[in-house]
Write a protein that binds this ligand. Structure first.
Ligand code: FAQ
Length: 337
């Protein structure tokens, strides 16, 4: 299992990309570069190049949106969980994902973007969120598989982000990873229980693994050679480990877990490669990935419509909270006068 102690070293080769030439203040730029080169942290009050700020806003807001949209596939099963215990666990997990979204929106706000701007990007379909949340959850086994594989992939990607060069993002990730670790274990434990059940339950688990496996591999993002943001993101210490390396580590970590569980990972090409000391695996369907990222996956439209509806229906809560805050402020001013 992955835990907070499961740490992934930075990709080898240090920082191979030269810093992009900057048109900004050379003195400030030099101080920023020196801090990045010394593996230091950048904080909200520090000067930073505009491109660094924009990259962080892009990544953190898409990460936040993923957590928020990611509540939907599992939330769908809260009313149908098979026992009170499973229902309580699932409610706690889905609430955690909502909390992760909120820490991340707050981290992005420190870069000068507002919550309203970010939500407008999500609701209009301009902003991205993880491809993985555009697939349906057909059976209860999907909830277990999301915990085991989707949260497992999320942790693998997020543990290196605890060392991200931007302080608020790195600190948010520490707590997020601790909670994701619980999510992953609860999913695996739910599946272990199903695998000691009836033949029908075992088949349900295998079917869910078959449907989610390839989508989880794609979740790490395009191959390094086709990843336009990787080189600069790694140069800035935002991204520490490349998409392909994390994907490989996920495959290597998951194979023995699948064995213990008693399921087959649906890939005929999956085998240990003695020379590489890693598992080889088959080809990912990148056309399907890009279709989903670009809004044409099986549930994209439904997910966005659900989010927009929830946001609109929550308007009265935001109005009431603002009116209450205004009244409190007015009372304080009167008392102080
Ligand atoms: N889905 O050049 P790269 C979770 C986009 S949280 C959609 O490699 P980068 C918790 C990418 O944005 C899951 N789009 O980009 C949970 C870029 O487009 P852009 C989310 C994707 O940024 C569990 C373009 O492709 N985690 O699961 C995806 O260097 C269970 C080119 O890609 C994070 O967001 C994708 N899978 O690397 C919740 C972690 N992959 O923006 C509920 C933080 C790539 O230029 C239940 N993010 N794209 O228009 C990251 O680490 C990075 O942003 C990557 C992408 C690795 C996702």
């Amino acid at each position: 299992m992955y835990t907070q102690s499961f740490n992934v070293p930075d990709s080898p080769g240090g920082k191979p990309v030269p810093l992009a030439p900057s048109l900004e203040d050379p003195v400030l730029q030099a101080a920023f570069d020196a801090r990045i080169d010394a593996d230091g942290r950048i904080e909200p009050q520090d000067w930073m190049p505009e491109a660094y700020r924009k990259t962080l806003i892009r990544q953190i807001s898409q990460h936040a949106h993923s957590e928020i949209v990611g509540m939907l596939p599992e939330g769908n099963w809260i009313s149908r969980a098979p026992s009170l215990k499973r229902k309580a666990i699932l409610i706690a997990k889905v609430q955690d994902e909502g909390g992760h979204g909120l820490y991340l929106y707050s981290a992005a706000e420190t870069l000068g973007t507002s919550r309203d701007q970010m939500l407008e990007g999500l609701h209009s379909g301009r902003a991205k969120y993880s491809s993985i949340f555009n697939y349906p959850t057909l059976t209860w086994a999907d909830v277990g598989v999301i915990g085991w594989l989707v949260d497992g992939a999320a942790i693998m990607n997020q543990i290196p982000l605890c060392r991200c060069s931007y302080g608020p993002y790195a600190r948010a990730m520490v707590r997020v990873c601790k909670e994701e670790s619980f999510h992953q274990r609860q999913g695996y434990e739910a599946l272990l229980e199903m695998m000691t059940g009836t033949e029908e339950q075992k088949a349900m688990v295998q079917d869910a693994v078959n449907r989610w496996w390839w989508k989880c591999l794609a979740m790490f993002g395009p191959p390094d050679a086709d990843s336009p943001n990787s080189a600069q993101g790694m140069r800035w210490g935002i991204k520490r480990v490349s998409n392909d390396e994390l994907r490989q580590k996920f495959v290597d970590a998951t194979v023995p877990q699948a064995k213990v569980l008693g399921v087959t990972l649906p890939d005929r090409d999956l085998k240990w490669n003695e020379e590489r000391q890693h598992h080889d695996y088959g080809a990912i369907d990148w056309d399907e990935f890009w279709a989903t990222v670009n809004g044409n996956g099986p549930c994209n439209k439904e997910r966005l419509a659900t989010r927009v509806k929830a946001h609109n229906e929550g308007q009265w809560v935001r109005d009431a909270a603002l009116a209450h805050a205004r009244k409190q402020q007015e009372r304080k001013m009167k008392e102080a006068a």
